[in-house]
Design a protein around this ligand. Structure first.
Ligand SMILES: Nc1ncnc2c1ncn2[C@@H]1O[C@H](COP(=O)(O)OP(=O)(O)OP(=O)(O)O)[C@@H](O)[C@H]1O
Ligand SMILES: O=P(O)(O)OC[C@H]1O[C@](O)(CO)[C@@H](O)[C@@H]1O
Length: 426
C-alpha cells in the first residue's frame, strides 16, 4: 500500500545544486569545467524532518557555539535550535561561550539553555553566547567535547569556523566518538556561492541605508560636498553593492573584486571633479577590502589568521582632500564608517525567517543514516530548496565574489521558502 504524505523528508530525497546547463563558456555567468560545458549534476541531501532519528532525545546532550565575527540573526538561530531540540524532547542543551575558546578556557562555563532562557534573545543583536576569533586547538576542543559528554554540537560561523568544525568532526571520527557536528553557515558578507543568501546580509544592507542617506544629505547640503561611506566586505563587495544599488544615491561604488585607479584620466579623483562640476556634490561607497593595492600592507593577521586590512576609507578621505586642495577647488569631505553599526543590529524580518528555518533544519536532519555521515553536514538554502552540504565545502575556495561570479544577481535574488509541518518536528 502506498504510504500517505506525512510531512517527513525521505532520506533518499535530493536537491539539485545547480540548475542551469550552460551551452558555452562565453554565456553570461557560465562556470564550465571544460570547453564543451559538460553538464555535471550535483545532488545534495535534502534537509528537513526525518521519520526516524538516530538519537534518543532524553539522553542527548547538545551544545551550541558561535564563532568569528558578529552577524545579525545569530540569536535567532540559537533560539530556534533550542526550541526545536526541545520539541524533539532534548532537555540537556548548553551554550559554549565565546566561540571555540569556550571549550578550554576554564573560566568560561557552559550556559544552560532552554526555551525560557532563549525566549527573547532574538530581540537583540550580537550573540547571546559571545563570539571570538582564534583559539581553535582541535585536540583540546575534542577533549572538552568528550569531557562534557556532548552528543551533538551546532557550530555557527563562517569559512574559518567551518574549517574548524570539519577538523573537529575528523578528530571525533578518529577517536570513534559518536558526536554529530552540524555547521550553520554565517557570513554577513554573503560570499558563499552555494547559497541564495546568508543570514544577516539583508539586515546589514538595510542598516547601511541610514549611513548612506546621512552621507548623501551631508554631501548634498555642503558646498562641493563629498560623502564617503565605508562598509564591510573583506574580500567581497556584496554589502556595498547592494546597499549602493538600493539607495539609488551612490555615484561611485568601490568593491574588492574590481581594481580601480585613483589618479589619471580614468581615475576616481578625476570622476569626482566631474561630479562636483556637473552636480555640485558626490557620494562614494567603498567596501573595506577594496583598493588594498593602493595602501601599505602591514602583513598583520588577527587571532584567526585573517589578514588585517589597511583602512581604505581614511586613505580615500585624505586623497580626496589633498587632491582638491592641489587643484584649487573647494571640497568638503564627510566620512562615515558605520561598520559595526550595521553588524550589531538585530535581524530584520526577512533574516529572522531565514534564521528560524536554518535553526529548525539544523536539528531536523539527524536521521540514522545522516547523523555521522562521512563528512559532517552544514545546512543551507539554495534556489528555494533546503539542503545538507558537507561542511568542508563551505571553506575558503567556495567563497564568492561579485566579479568572479557574474551569476550572483540570480543567486541573491532568489528567495528561500519553507514548509510548515504540524508534526512534532515541524
Ligand atoms: N583553517 C582553520 N582550521 C581550523 N580552525 C580555523 C581555521 N580558520 C579559522 N579557524 C577558527 O575558526 C574560528 C572562527 O574563524 P574566523 O575568525 O576566521 O571567522 P569565520 O568563521 O571565518 O567568520 P567571519 O565570517 O566572521 O570571519 C576561530 O576560532 C579560528 O581559530
Ligand atoms: O573586526 P572583526 O570583529 O574582526 O570583524 C571584521 C570582519 O568581519 C566581517 O564582518 C566578516 O564577519 C568582515 O566583513 C570584516 O572584515
Amino acid at each position: 500500500m502506498q504510504e500517505s504524505w506525512n510531512g517527513y523528508v525521505n532520506d533518499d530525497d535530493r536537491a539539485l545544486l545547480k540548475v542551469i546547463k550552460f551551452a558555452s563558456p562565453t554565456s553570461a555567468g557560465a562556470d564550465c569545467i571544460d570547453p564543451d560545458c559538460t553538464w555535471v549534476e550535483q545532488w545534495v541531501h535534502r534537509a528537513g524532518p526525518r521519520k526516524q532519528i538516530y538519537f534518543e532525545p532524553q539522553y542527548v546532550k547538545a551544545g551550541i557555539v558561535t564563532c568569528g565575527g558578529l552577524c545579525p540573526g545569530l540569536n535567532d538561530v540559537i533560539r530556534q535550535i533550542v526550541l526545536t531540540l526541545e520539541k524533539y524532547g532534548v532537555k540537556n542543551i548548553v551554550g559554549i561561550q565565546h566561540g571555540f575558546r569556550g571549550f578550554f578556557e576554564n573560566h568560561l562555563g557552559e550556559v544552560l539553555l532552554n526555551r525560557h532562557v532563549v525566549q527573547n534573545i532574538n530581540l537583540a543583536g550580537g550573540s547571546f553566547l559571545g563570539v571570538s576569533r582564534g583559539g581553535a586547538n582541535i585536540s583540546d576542543i575534542v577533549d572538552s567535547i568528550q569531557a562534557r559528554r556532548l552528543d551533538m554540537l551546532f557550530v555557527l560561523g563562517g569559512n574559518g569556523t567551518h574549517a574548524g568544525a570539519n577538523l573537529i568532526h575528523e578528530e571525533c571520527r578518529k577517536r570513534k566518538l559518536k558526536v554529530s557536528i552540524v555547521g550553520v553557515p554565517k557570513t554577513i558578507d554573503n560570499d558563499i556561492l552555494l547559497m541564495d543568501k546568508t543570514f544577516g546580509f539583508d539586515t546589514a544592507v538595510e542598516a547601511a541605508q541610514r549611513a548612506i542617506n546621512s552621507a548623501y544629505i551631508e554631501a548634498h547640503s555642503a558646498f562641493h560636498g563629498i560623502g564617503l561611506v565605508k562598509l564591510m566586505g573583506r574580500s567581497s563587495g556584496f554589502i556595498t553593492m547592494h546597499a549602493s544599488l538600493s539607495s539609488g544615491q551612490v555615484d561611485i561604488c568601490l568593491i574588492p573584486e574590481v581594481p580601480f585607479t585613483l589618479d589619471g584620466p580614468n581615475g576616481v579623483l578625476r570622476h569626482l571633479e566631474h561630479l562636483i562640476e556637473t552636480k555640485g556634490f558626490a557620494l562614494i561607497c567603498v567596501a573595506e577590502g577594496a583598493g588594498q593595492e593602493h595602501l601599505q600592507q602591514s602583513n598583520a593577521t588577527d587571532a584567526s589568521g585573517n589578514t588585517v586590512l589597511s583602512d581604505i576609507g581614511v586613505h580615500l578621505q585624505q586623497k580626496m582632500k589633498s587632491h582638491f586642495k592641489e587643484i584649487g577647488i573647494h571640497s568638503d569631505v564627510k566620512y562615515i564608517d558605520p561598520t559595526y553599526m550595521v553588524r550589531a543590529v538585530r535581524a530584520n524580518a526577512s533574516d529572522a525567517i531565514l534564521c528560524t528555518v536554518l535553526g529548525q533544519n539544523a536539528v531536523r536532519h539527524l536521521s540514522p543514516s545522516l547523523a555521522f555521515c562521512h563528512t559532517n553536514p552544514s545546512i543551507s538554502c539554495c534556489l528555494s530548496h533546503w539542503f545538507l552540504m558537507e561542511t568542508c565545502r563551505f571553506m575558503v575556495p567556495l567563497l564568492g565574489s561579485v566579479a568572479s561570479q557574474p551569476a550572483y544577481a540570480t543567486r541573491t535574488m532568489s528567495t528561500c521558502r519553507y514548509q510548515k509541518s504540524s508534526s512534532p518536528q515541524g
